[in-house]
Design a binder for this molecule. Structure first.
Ligand SMILES: Cc1cc2nc3c(=O)[nH]c(=O)nc-3n(C[C@H](O)[C@H](O)[C@H](O)COP(=O)(O)OP(=O)(O)OC[C@H]3O[C@@H](n4cnc5c(N)ncnc54)[C@H](O)[C@@H]3O)c2cc1C
Ligand code: FES
Ligand code: FES
Length: 488
């Protein structure tokens, strides 16, 4: 198999070939310090403010797609095989890009610090060829913060610029860019550095598994939306980095009749259509997970592998009964996702073993699902409590239940006593729900931290179980159920 000793990507129509890249180099530092393109700004340096947003052009099923990503927590190695577009590239001489011009026309910029990031987020929306609603624009820019302007003029600008078919230089050059990107895809396993300090981006699944098994001290990186912060905020030294994203088959998202299967490197953006088809509540949680930028880079695999007790996906996947496949060298093993989380910071994963695939059963007839995310901010915030419920129904009686919570224990966790108390409860008799609601306090002893107090967490968890039961029983709550009705 071919090995390539450089990172290659497309920039301003030319191939950039970097043979000497420090493993931890971020795209933001590369742009500002190496390339000296200073339009892209550093705000928070942790993926929260969007000032550093750049666009990545990628081929998806042969089609060129532009996605917004946070350059501050993206590694240069992750650019391999992609096109990098920044705010410095957009104007054509003195003529502003339609998105930039719209921001001028609507007075969408004051101090201007956030503006390059908004421009790039809207640029990717412009390239999508959509004529978005105001709500879709708000979702697109949920990962961009502005302290001055207020968001109305910025949304106005998106509305004015994104009218359907793009007509800019990128639209005109799309065929050529797609050809160049296809030519970049040489199927080579990328290895830049030395055995002691490297960034590797294998293209072959077997190489990824072997390299990881041989280097159990290396840091596995999928989207880097967690690991990026280890670099920029915790100042950790990560001399050996192995990227999972180069293996095409690990991005696979398959929809079988009874399940959705995700490769561990599938980003949220890639996985969302299939996962959302399971239930509208899954779609709604995904819409609020991170931001458009975080969802373009971050992966469901990373959300599981990081072992966080407050990740949004594990409670939903556990309630749905998901199975996890791990791979060490040539050996694969599967386990129920709930058994992966052993204790705080401890998962059932050997050194050098990769999270490889996630299989998520679809809902069967007679099964009802609900999931709710409780966070201080509606968009782009980590959960204080994440709740997921799957109820198996025999007519109007609950025959069994799977309930799982995040933020309520040291790991994402099922509530065994609550599940037992739900068995036999009737949807028509709220009094029969009481034992289960009370049992939550036996299953979970949450802690108080900056996101919520222990008392709040228990109360909200009990409220959410009641809400789920009321909704499944058929109570009308037009506002809350809007996203469910929208897809009904
Ligand atoms: C601004 C911001 C907002 C966020 N909002 C949310 C949110 O709303 N909800 C939420 O749940 N999370 C949120 N996160 C956290 C993060 O985005 C998610 O946990 C994401 O899913 C991590 O995936 P990743 O691919 O980026 O992981 P990485 O950063 O690449 O890796 C995370 C961890 O998993 C390991 N790892 C990655 N892939 C594998 C693999 N295949 N096998 C073994 N180990 C692996 C890494 O070594 C590391 O320990 C947010 C992060 C940011 C920066
Ligand atoms: S600098 Fe704030 S998201 Fe990157
Ligand atoms: S214009 Fe000042 S932060 Fe947005």
């Amino acid at each position: 198999m071919t090995i390539r000793a450089s990172i290659r990507f497309l920039r301003r129509g030319k191939i950039v070939d970097l043979a000497h890249v420090p493993p931890m180099r971020t795209v933001l530092d590369y742009l500002r310090l190496d390339e000296r393109s200073r339009g892209t700004k550093e705000g928070c340096n942790e993926g929260d403010c969007g000032a550093c947003t750049v666009a990545l052009g990628v081929l998806k099923n042969g089609k060129l797609v532009y996605e917004p990503v946070n350059a501050c927590i993206l590694l240069v190695g992750q650019l391999d095989g992609k096109e990098l577009v920044t705010v410095d590239d957009l104007a054509d001489g003195d003529t502003l890009h339609p998105v930039q011009q719209a921001l001028v026309d609507t007075h969408g910029s004051q101090c201007g610090f956030c503006t390059p990031g908004f421009v790039m987020s809207l640029f990717t929306l412009y390239q999508s060829g959509k004529a978005p609603t105001r709500e879709e624009i708000a979702t697109q820019i949920a990962g961009n913060l502005c302290r001055c302007t207020g968001y109305r003029p910025i949304i106005d600008a998106g509305f004015a610029a994104c009218t359907g078919s793009p007509v800019d230089r990128w639209a005109k050059g799309a065929k050529e860019a797609a050809r160049q990107l296809a030519a970049l895809d040489d199927g080579a396993d990328v290895f830049v550095g030395t055995p002691e300090s490297f960034i590797a981006r294998p293209a072959q699944a077997a190489t990824l598994a072997r390299l990881t098994a041989e280097n159990p001290d290396a840091t596995i990186v999928s989207g880097a939306t967690d690991v990026g912060l280890w670099i920029t905020k915790q100042m950790r030294q990560l001399p050996k980095i192995i990227l999972t994203g180069g293996v095409t088959s690990l991005h696979a998202v398959e929809m079988a009749k009874d399940r959705v299967s995700l490769g561990a490197a599938a980003t949220y953006a890639e996985a969302t259509p299939a996962l959302s088809s399971i239930d509208p509540d899954v779609a709604e949680v995904l819409r609020r997970l991170g931001s458009t930028q975080v969802r373009a880079s971050g992966t469901v695999g990373g959300n599981i592998a990081n072992g966080s007790p407050i990740g949004d996906m594990p409670p939903m996947l556990i309630a749905l009964g998901a199975t996890l496949t791990l791979r060490h060298g040539d050996t694969e093993r599967a386990l129920l996702l709930e058994n992966f989380f052993i204790a705080y910071g401890k998962q059932d994963r050997k050194p050098g073993e990769l999270v490889w695939r996630i299989d998520v059963p679809k809902l069967k007839r007679g099964e009802a699902f609900r999931a709710y995310k409780i966070s201080k901010r509606f968009d782009q915030d980590i959960s204080a409590v994440m709740a997921a419920f799957k109820l198996m129904l025999d007519g109007r009686t609950i025959s069994s239940a799977r309930i799982a919570f995040g933020g309520m224990a040291a790991t994402p966790k099922r509530g065994a006593q609550t599940e037992a108390a739900l068995q036999g409860a009737s949807l028509d008799q709220p009094a029969s729900w009481k034992a289960a609601i009370a049992a939550l306090a036996k299953d979970f002893q949450p802690i108080s931290d900056m996101r919520a107090s222990a008392t709040y967490r228990i109360e909200v968890a009990q409220g959410l179980l009641k809400k789920a039961l009321m909704e499944v029983a058929g109570a009308d709550n037009t506002r809350v159920l809007a996203h469910r009705k929208a897809v009904a």
